[in-house]
Ligand binder design. Structure first.
Ligand code: C6P
Length: 394
């Protein structure tokens, strides 16, 4: 495994927020800034010379998720865009004119799904937000309970949760929907590069991913659409992406995302064994601290994620202390960090509201080293000791 020391003084354990660009990905993007900078839709050579690498990148993306040639993978700006495209597209095509009335989702979705559903609800859509079971998972039984296929246009359930790392049984959920003729979408942002994704084996109709979660560039994502499915685009304009997503294609980012996907799939073995081994070592050390809670069973989680709560310690104070010690972690998702409100996902999972204010997420990547885990363990123990010694509630 490529071993690169990116920043010798700091340890990055916030890989569910974003990941470092793989240096090989960075290199693959270089020619497209100053030399081959043409618009791929131009007819002159500046445009056409980008085509071979773009085509390699698209092949890598299709192969990486097991899409067939007849399916569509639309390149876009991020997973937030992909999720908005699916939810608003299905609303426009299947709900707005009265065919169906309902979208079924969950209480543990990322804000790019949750807030879009709030907006759709304000437009009159009936939104059902399923609660997870005690293990934090949306099972087929939960989906089946009270399911009405005559009303439901779409089911949208995330593959792996960004805060807990808990993996939902997407194959069962997708099969359930397919058997009833209901469209199924999964937000696979935290699954790609962490668990195998093979759409040949999975009756999913829409799937979203984001390059910067698997060591690709920020600002590039993809939306898979099963063959034969039409969806009103979010962005109207030019004929890029076969008219399904207008806007000049960002060539360096597409090339980088393609290679990042291939490298992530190649590294899946490593992720499953080595990243998991380091995560488990860190988790054991965290769990050995008295009055500490780890959310979700290890075997139900992506190999890189730990969500922990330390009794008597407020999450933000803990993060600042850790940051001073050179360790970067997070409280819940990065896009909720400006709000001091307890995160909705955690609220859905925990009965004790106080715990939601103390949860801290540690997320590793294939670039996290054993030495970094050793140093992080020392820093976490020291931070807990200091904060508990000054805490009025411990
Ligand atoms: N989660 C986190 O800290 P964008 O930002 O559009 O590339 O990805 C959005 C997104 C969608 N779905 C899931 C499951 C995600 O985890 C994210 C990004 C980051 O958890 C930033 S909020």
């Amino acid at each position: 495994m490529l071993s690169v020391v990116f920043n010798m003084n700091r340890i990055y354990l916030d890989n569910n927020a974003t990941t470092v660009l793989d240096p090989r990905v960075k290199q693959s993007m270089e020619p497209f800034w100053l030399q081959e900078y043409g618009n791929p839709n131009s007819l002159h050579r500046y445009g056409t010379e980008t085509h071979p690498e773009m085509s390699v990148a698209l092949d890598r993306l299709y192969k990486g998720i097991g899409a067939s040639d007849e399916d569509d993978v639309i390149i876009n700006g991020c997973a937030t865009e992909g999720n908005n495209t699916v939810l608003k597209g299905v609303w426009n095509d299947h709900i707005r004119h009265g065919e169906k009335s309902r979208i079924v989702s969950s209480q543990i979705e990322h804000p790019s799904v949750a807030r879009t559903l709030d907006w759709l609800e304000a437009q009159g859509v009936e939104v059902v937000r399923l609660a997870p079971n005690d293990d934090g998972i949306i099972t087929e039984e939960i989906l089946a309970d009270g399911f009405d296929e005559n009303k439901t246009a779409l089911v949208s359930i995330m593959w792996a949760n960004n805060e807990t790392g808990l993996i939902n049984p997407v194959k069962d959920l997708a099969q359930f929907c397919r058997g009833r003729g209901v469209l199924f979408h999964t937000d696979a942002v935290q699954a790609v590069g962490k668990v195998p994704v093979d759409l040949q084996d999975l009756p999913v109709d829409f799937l979203t991913f984001s390059a910067h979660k698997f060591h690709g560039p920020k600002g590039a994502g993809g939306l898979f659409l099963r063959k034969g499915i039409n969806l009103t685009p979010l962005l109207h304009g030019g004929e890029q992406m076969g008219g399904r997503r207008a806007g000049t294609v960002n060539v360096p980012f597409v090339v980088g995302m393609g290679l990042a996907m291939e490298l992530a799939v190649d590294a899946l073995e490593y992720e499953t064994h080595e990243v998991r081994r380091r995560r488990d070592r860190l988790e054991d050390a965290i769990a050995s601290i008295p009055d500490t809670l780890i959310f979700g069973k290890r075997e139900h989680r992506t190999p890189n994620t730990i969500l922990a709560s330390f009794k008597g310690i407020e999450g933000e104070a803990f993060l600042w202390d850790l940051d001073k010690r050179g360790v970067a972690a997070s409280t819940g998702s990065a896009c909720s960090s400006e709000s001091l409100e307890a995160d909705a996902t955690l609220q859905a999972m925990m009965s004790d509201a106080d715990l939601t204010h103390t949860a801290v997420r540690f997320s590793l990547s294939r670039f996290t080293t054993d030495e970094e885990i050793d140093a992080a363990i020392l820093a976490i123990h020291a931070a807990v000791d200091r904060l508990r010694s000054i805490s009025s509630t411990y």
